[in-house]
Write a protein that binds this ligand. Sequence first.
Ligand code: FES
Length: 118
Amino acid sequence: MRYSVQIEETGEVYACTEQQSLLWGLAQLGRKGIPLGCRGGGCGVCKVAITQGDYQTGPMSAAHVTPEERQSGVVLACRCYPRGDLSLRVLGKMQRTVCAPGGGDAAKASEQHQPAVQ
Ligand code: FES
């Protein structure tokens, strides 16, 4: 089953299956600089807040996500799998690359293709 995941800050939507982590889906956006980190719930770089929708989580470090945060929907994206369409907010280190105005390096690349103003 394929679900839609929306990034609230940018309005972007990506597809993710039940077997794919939310971090995997974020990486598929092709944004240079997405910190993939440990991909095992241990380093904390992929912290996001799920604001809407159902999901399932695997083991993740309590040092990076406290039980209180988990209850309010904060998860590590590498250990979170969708069970329905979701919305999320990016927290911590990933904000710089995911939420950069115009999409960071992707925006720079598209600017290079614009005709020069004379
Ligand atoms: S990549 Fe390390 S906790 Fe998600």
